[in-house]
Design a protein around this ligand. Structure first.
Ligand code: IMP
Length: 222
């Protein structure tokens, strides 16, 4: 099968992750790297609206008629900050950065390892939107966790060095703080454990899997 999905991204890590997932269905993923400022990031309160807007704009730049195109948008949502930085994650990262987020939470400390995880709870969320040539399909993924008290590790990108994912049970669901899950970083951030382990928890992987589950016409044997 020679189906191709054009992925609107300039982030090589995101492209690689999408290629990995789609190849299981025999779908090739190619990067659609448009000139800067071609796609405007809308000011919106949720990732879905941002992703839908970017996808609608991308449709004007399809590499060929009938092409399938995908966008993916993600952000860090800190509960104690009412979801900030959320849709402003990119801007927040390039301005206040990881140290700025840590400063905003510096009053939230506790000697109890469970209480502090609850106080500093946060999630990564991702929304992937795909134009399949006829319809827009949406996939969503969440990775629950907590914000560390200091920057740890240098792997990954963005907020990875301050994000500690919640342990997961056998079926990939997050367990309560204080319970050791079947999959665990043992309190380490994504910045310490690196991409292979991050993949097991990844909000992005979950969003892509959700999207792929909606592509019944693209089974591998077809
Ligand atoms: P984007 O719009 O999907 O590129 O994500 C916006 C911002 O959120 C990025 O610039 C990162 O700072 C942050 N972000 C999104 N996903 C991740 C992740 O998986 N790890 C760390 N930071 C992330």
């Amino acid at each position: 099968m020679s189906t191709t999905v054009w992925f609107l991204t300039s982030n090589p890590g995101k492209l690689e992750e999408a290629q990995h997932h789609f190849q299981e269905l025999g779908i090739e993923v190619k990067g659609l790297d448009l000139p800067e400022d071609t796609i405007l990031e809308p000011q919106a309160g949720d990732l879905e609206t941002v992703a839908r807007s970017k996808l609608a704009q991308a449709l004007a730049h399809l590499p060929h008629e009938g092409a399938m195109v995908m966008v993916e948008d993600a952000g860090l949502f800190v509960d104690a900050l009412d979801g900030f930085p959320g849709v402003y994650s990119s801007y927040a990262f390039s301005t206040i950065g990881n140290h700025g987020i840590l400063r905003l939470l510096s009053h939230l400390v506790d000697d109890d390892p469970v209480r502090i995880k609850n106080l500093r709870s946060a999630s990564f969320e991702a929304v992937a939107a795909l134009w399949d040539g006829e319809n827009v399909l949406l996939g969503k993924g969440v990775c629950k966790g907590a914000i560390a008290t200091k920057v740890q590790g240098e792997a990954g990108f963005g907020f990875d060095p301050i994000f500690i994912p919640a342990d997961l049970d056998d079926s990939g669901e997050p367990v309560s703080p204080g319970v050791l899950g079947a999959v665990s970083t043992h309190g380490q951030t994504f910045g310490v454990v690196g991409p292979y382990t991050k993949h097991q928890f990844s909000h992005r992987r979950r969003a892509l899997e959700d999207l792929l589950s909606q592509l019944p016409l693209l089974e591998p044997d077809e």
